[in-house]
Design a binder for this molecule. Structure first.
Ligand code: 6GU
Length: 245
């Protein structure tokens, strides 16, 4: 079954963008996933195809009209389409690796990309659209955020990663940042690779990586480290020699 992405955007030419390349691009060609992009402008009002208007209550910027978004959704998305509907906005709940797993496990996603100050809240409620942000910073539009969300889900689809599959140990999958990586040359500009990694001793390598993951998580992501200590994150440590996955 093909995993289906549908996108509503004022800038349809931004897709598939980065997702037309590398692993996601090859998976798109092979039909592992499909992409339908719909231009919101086609549903604009009047001769100028207006899609936005000034905000009630005043303030800067423009707001995308509820009627325009509603018409676009009705034209392209069946009412009983089972896919989650997502509006990308910095006002949304923050995207997490668990969301990527949930989206990848389903039939696909429907993504609404806004421009200007946002989209009229009523159409989001009327159509049961979740609001998702990709991080605590502001983008000029939802399109790069949509590419980020799609990338996180598509790489988890069966057959996309192939031999590069390292989904078990990568950052966040155990609630910690991943350990750092090294390759040849073993000494480069006088800097040697950590001894443990050259030892061939699997237990010593696992212990070194576990300690490095903990050290870096503590230093860079105190939020993840606290959650880890409080057992909110998966309890297994990379350093635990009994660990099998
Ligand atoms: Cl989803 N959209 C925009 N415009 N800015 C963002 C974002 C989304 N997530 C973080 N910043």
């Amino acid at each position: 079954m093909t995993w289906r992405a549908s996108i509503l955007s004022l800038f349809p030419e931004m897709f598939p963008g980065s997702l037309g390349h590398s692993l996601a691009g090859r998976a798109l060609e092979r039909g592992v996933w499909s992409l339908a992009v719909h231009d919101l402008r086609a549903h604009g009002i009047g001769r100028h195809r207006a899609v936005d208007d000034t905000p009630f209550g005043g303030g800067a910027g423009m707001v995308m009209r509820a009627d325009v978004v509603d018409t676009a959704l009705s034209a392209h998305i069946a009412q009983d389409d089972p896919r989650p509907r997502v509006y990308l906005t910095p006002r949304g709940r923050r995207l997490q690796q668990d969301d990527a797993r949930r989206y990848a496990a389903g039939p696909g996603v429907i993504l609404l990309c806004g421009r200007y100050e946002g989209v009229d809240e009523r159409v989001l409620e009327m159509h049961g659209i979740e609001q998702v942000s990709v991080g605590d910073y502001v983008l000029s539009g939802g399109e790069p955020a949509a590419l980020v969300l799609l990338d996180t889900a598509i790489r988890l689809l069966p057959g996309v990663m192939g031999a590069q599959d390292s989904a078990g140990e990568e950052s966040f999958s155990l609630g910690l940042l991943e350990y750092p990586h090294y390759t040849r040359p073993a000494v480069w500009r006088g800097c040697a690779v950590p001894d443990a990694l050259l030892s061939g001793n699997h237990a010593a390598i696992a212990a070194w990586r576990g300690a490095a993951a903990e050290r870096d998580t503590q230093a860079r992501r105190p939020d993840l480290w606290q959650a880890h200590l409080q057992g909110q994150a998966p309890a297994r440590l990379l350093a635990d020699p009994s660990r099998t996955a």
